[in-house]
Design a protein around this ligand. Structure first.
Ligand code: BT5
Length: 254
């Protein structure tokens, strides 16, 4: 059968899971276009329902970008229903994945606002949160939080310059269970407590960045910090601006 003992396996994840809701309904697929798309298509998906794929053929990033999703990585999406603050989900998820990687892999990532985890300066994780609307009423009925973690991946140029990977030996079932446990915890915690953790692991203050607002010309700015709503505060020509996720992409000046 060619069963891969290192592979993602629903049964093993379930055995390690200590959550109330997240991952209680769990599907593991060998391949799908995008776990976010798969879950969004499930109109009846309950709160916490989770889809994991061993590879994605059309993994999605923000603003229509692509997320390369070769075999070996961990690609996971969770349905969140009735969650009051969808805008906070990505920040909470980044803190959760940071904690999970630290506990399972003993590796300390840094967070790049808003949705990236870096290891030695390279992106090993991306997060995409998308709202879900009822096709009947058009009203927001939930959010899908998608998390992609590179494991043992080797990337082709030009992605090899910016993308990195967790080591190949990582226990992906333990990692998936830890991500779900930590995500549940970070969704329950007061936002200011999550932000304290997030800021402590997001060493961007003082950095010069290029801000690329969608549809507008890019500009240079210096990062001041992260405000209480999770926005990135930058200073440009003496003017302070608070940037929301989704509107901008950032590039470090090296
Ligand atoms: C993200 O977007 O980083 C969000 C990625 C979310 C992926 C998960 S996997 C499970 C779920 N299902 C999905 O379909 N998506 C979610 P963004 O910040 O826009 O970054 C995209 C950019 O990262 C690309 O334009 C590349 O430059 C770079 N990139 C692409 N694939 C990468 C990879 N595997 N690792 C690191 N960087 C990558």
């Amino acid at each position: 059968m060619g069963h891969n003992p290192d592979g993602v396996c629903a049964q093993r994840i379930r055995a390690l899971l200590h959550t109330r809701a997240l991952g209680r309904v769990l599907t593991v697929l060998c391949e799908t276009a995008s776990t976010n798309a798969e879950l969004r298509a499930r109109e009846c998906a309950v709160h916490g329902e989770t889809v994991i794929a061993r590879r994605q053929t059309a993994g999605r990033g923000r603003l229509g970008r692509r997320f390369e999703s070769p075999e070996g990585g961990l690609y996971l999406s969770v349905m969140l229903r009735g969650y009051a603050e969808p805008g906070q989900v990505t920040i909470r998820a980044a803190a959760a994945v940071h904690r999970a990687v630290l506990s399972v892999c003993a590796l300390r990532c840094s967070i790049k606002w808003v949705n990236d985890l870096l290891l030695d300066g390279r992106k090993v994780c991306g997060i995409l949160t998308e709202g879900v609307c009822s096709p009947q009423t058009g009203r927001l009925t939930g959010a899908v939080c998608g998390i992609g973690l590179n494991v043992g991946a080797v990337f082709e140029p030009p992605l090899d310059k910016t993308a990195g990977s967790l080591p190949a030996g990582v226990d992906k079932n333990a990692l998936a269970a830890a991500v779900l446990c930590e995500l549940e915890r970070c969704l329950d915690e007061p936002f200011d407590a999550v932000l304290r953790y997030y800021r402590a692991h997001c060493p961007m203050a003082g950095q010069d960045v290029t801000v690329r607002p969608s549809g507008l010309p890019p500009y240079e700015a210096r990062v001041e910090g992260i405000d209480d709503e999770g926005r990135l505060v930058v200073v440009r020509g003496g003017q302070r601006q608070a940037l929301s996720s989704g509107e901008v992409s950032l590039h470090r000046e090296d």
